[in-house]
Write a protein that binds this ligand. Structure first.
Ligand SMILES: [Zn+2]
Length: 128
């Protein structure tokens, strides 16, 4: 949540359908317009693939965001790294802040932390 707005409110409905590049493009615009006072987000760094692989193993292949299985061969909804504490909220790109997740879940979680996501998930009936 940034200035009372969620990235979901900002993204146009078709962005997620159109794919990750469009979501990323719109998120960039959103983040440029919305800053959190007092939080200096780190620059986005690439996440080592091993961290995602290790997290996937630890989770037993279950997405921590929707509790459904993550199919490594699903190219439409691949496994991607999720920042548990979002960078915009001061989270860092470090191993303990990274978990494997579905690309679509990750895009839907946006800048929410796990508490916000858990409430959002219940009201939007995700993974049920
Ligand atoms: Zn998921």
């Amino acid at each position: 949540m940034i200035n009372g707005k969620k990235i979901q409110d900002f993204l146009d409905g078709e962005a997620i359908e159109q794919g990750l590049d469009e979501v990323k493009r719109q998120c960039k615009i959103f983040l440029k317009k919305n800053t959190v006072p007092g939080v200096k987000p780190e620059k986005r760094k690439p996440v080592p693939k091993e961290w995602v692989a290790e997290s996937y193993m630890e989770l037993g292949g279950i997405c921590p965001l929707c509790s459904l299985f993550m199919d490594l061969s699903d190219k439409k909804n691949p496994v991607v790294p999720d920042h548990i504490v979002p960078i915009i909220k001061g989270g860092k790109t470090e191993k303990r802040n990274i978990q494997a997740s579905h690309m679509r879940c990750n895009a839907a979680k946006g800048d929410m932390d796990m508490n916000e996501w858990s409430k959002y998930k219940q009201t939007h009936k995700i993974g049920i």
